[in-house]
Every structure is written in C-alpha cells, then in structure tokens.
Write a protein that binds this ligand. Structure first.
Ligand SMILES: [Fe+2]
Length: 258
C-alpha cells in the first residue's frame, strides 16, 4: 500500500517538525500496512529558492533514512502488535517502508514552461504532485497543466482534488482538466468527514481512477488515516475499487517516467 501525499520529512515545512514526530508518523504508516511513502514537502516557487529547498529536503531525507536504519528492530516491534490477523491491510506491518522524495508543488503561472519541474518529481521517476489554486480555475491554468503533460511529458497527480470543487462555479475548466490524462489524488480524511465524503464517493463512482494519500502533518492533529479512509471505500464501493487503486499505485510507483 502506498501513501502518495505526506509531510513526513522533519523540519522542512508545516508538517513534521522533528525526527521524533516523523518517527511517530512512520509507526502509524507501518501499523496501517503502508509499504511505500512519497515524501511531498510543500514547494512554493518564489517563496523559497530552489537550491535551499533541495538542500533542506536532502538533509531531512538523509536523517530519516539513517534513523530508520538505526532503530530498525525497535520500530518493527512497535508495529507488530499482538493479535493482528494477517490480511491485505496488515501485510506491510513490521516492514520498513520505502520512502521516496518528491514535492507538493503549488501552481504558479506559466509553470508549463518551468525547467525546475522534473527535479520536483518523485525521485527516479516523472511523477509530479501538483497543488492547484483554491479559486475558480482558468483557461491559462488548464493550458499549464496541458503543457506539463504534453511538452514536459511529466505524469501529473493532482493533490487532494476534493478541496477545489467548491471554488468551481463554472465547471468548464474542471471538466477539461479531468479529460486530460491526470491522476487525481484524494486525501483519506475526506472520506471521514460528512461534508466531503459525498463528493468523493460520487467522484469515485464516476469512474475516476484515484490515488489515496494521508496528507499527514502531525501524528495527533493531522495523522495517517489511510486505513480508516480505505474502510469507507470498502464498505461503500467494495474491495474491487481498492484493488484497482492499489494496482494503479504500484504501477505509478514502479514505472512513472522509467
Ligand atoms: Fe499536502
């Protein structure tokens, strides 16, 4: 199981502030059977310099990998709780997850032409997590997404699509964007709140192939909640939808851009 949207790297954005918090989030990921984690710290063009961002991310990633290697056994013990029955949701428990660096890139005008985008993709691939603006989407935004796909030939995953819907009074650009070969990412938490659950289930029923992310920031306030979100999907739409989601996730993890 893959978590495609996390703020798990320490000290880089408004997510985890230190290694201890990262460790708590990692334990939650492992307890829920997550075996692959995309680390997606916020990237705002113009707010941070590119080199500073990459340097901070590299340092944070290295510290997490070193900590994981050092306390491999204790982390395993914590996650392998007694009484757990084996099954698809417990498969990854006790196995240290693979972490890959990426970024949650906030939209900026003319980003379709921006040279930096390939460096912000998932390491070893061309998967870009794009956060769209929380306003009515415009034609020029659409053209940027199209250029990222067609000219830059990147694979685009749109972050937490459930959060843009309420701003789209005119659905024209929204529909056009989802006619492009983009991959919508849904936050698991949206399935746990009445206000957003209806939209997400309708979106899934319409046949969109989505990827799930926790968008975790903090083990208490914005925790890893993939297991609970998946449970809602299982109950409302059946196991088959989860299986398709997992297959798509594996495919993107293994092959995006290779
Ligand atoms: Fe996020």
């Amino acid at each position: 199981m893959t978590d495609f949207h996390t703020h798990i790297l320490p000290g880089i954005d408004d997510g985890s502030q230190d290694l201890e918090e990262t460790r708590r989030l990692l334990v939650q990921e492992m307890q829920q059977g997550v075996t692959r984690i995309l680390a997606t710290p916020h990237f705002y063009a113009g707010r941070d310099t590119e080199e500073h961002f990459f340097r901070k991310r590299e340092r944070a990633l290295r510290s997490v990998r070193e900590a994981l290697a050092a306390d491999k056994d204790t982390t395993k013990e914590e996650t392998a709780r007694e009484g757990d029955r084996p099954g698809p949701e417990t498969e990854g428990r006790g196995r240290l997850p693979e972490i890959r660096a990426a970024a949650e890139v906030y939209y900026f005008p003319h980003m379709g032409e921006a040279d930096i985008l390939p460096r912000l993709c998932m390491e070893g691939g061309n998967l870009l997590l794009l956060e769209m603006p929380f306003v009515q989407w415009t034609e020029s935004m659409y053209r940027d997404v199209e250029r990222i796909l067609r000219k830059q030939k990147l694979t685009v995953m749109l972050a937490h699509v459930e959060r843009y819907w309420e701003f789209q009074r005119d659905k024209g650009v929204w529909n056009a964007v989802f006619d492009l070969p983009v991959y919508p990412q849904i936050n698991a938490g949206s399935l746990l709140r009445f206000r957003s659950r209806g939209f997400v289930l309708k979106f899934l029923r319409a046949g969109h192939q989505v990827l799930l992310g926790s968008d975790c920031h903090h083990s208490e306030y914005r925790p890893v909640n993939l297991a609970a979100g998946r449970e809602v999907i299982r109950k409302k739409l059946g196991e088959g939808v989860l299986k398709e989601m997992d297959l798509l996730g594996e495919e993107l993890w293994e092959h995006a851009g290779k």
